[in-house]
Design a protein. Sequence first.
Length: 210
Amino acid sequence: MIDDSSRPVVVLLAHPRPGSFNHALAARVRDTLTSAGRPVLFHDLYAEGFDPVLTAEEAYTSGTRAEEFLAAEPDPLVRRHREELREAGGLVAIHPNWWGKPPAILAGWLDRILVPGVAYRLDDAGGAPESLLSLRRLLVVNTSDTTEERERTLFGDPLDAIWKRCLAPYLGEPEVRRLVLRVLADADERRRAGWLDDAESEVRHLFGGH
């Protein structure tokens, strides 16, 4: 395993309600990374007021002209997120499963941050992307109110496809781990405490620490 312990880990939280279990998970993830000596760049997207709406000027997917447009991004928060991702060695995304997809604010983050010249280079729209990122590790923590059997047999777990097959090639092919916690609505405090421990274990496994 490549030693990238000095490089920061970007932690994204995408849940609109302060005090949610997703917030508790994010706090445990941050504490675990910090105790392991990893620099953490934390973003609560709702609290920051991240604007997820892709602008007309940003709606390009390939070519050097697209990179030129995107390099002139006027939104300072978007610029900051892009710069931090370039420097990161790892990414943790914490979000609920809503209709088999991330919340809109996180989907918009993907649209606006994983752009040509930042996340990848694509000479023509039909080609294969060349990743410009060097993320080594990706941890996705999802809460869900869908049972595992129903998710697998009826829906096919689209979030797994989104993170592992659709996004990973644009992130530098990191090692990917995903923790799905279900059924959240029915879980008591003891179960939730165990899930927090599970999240800590996943962070320690992927990013180190004892």
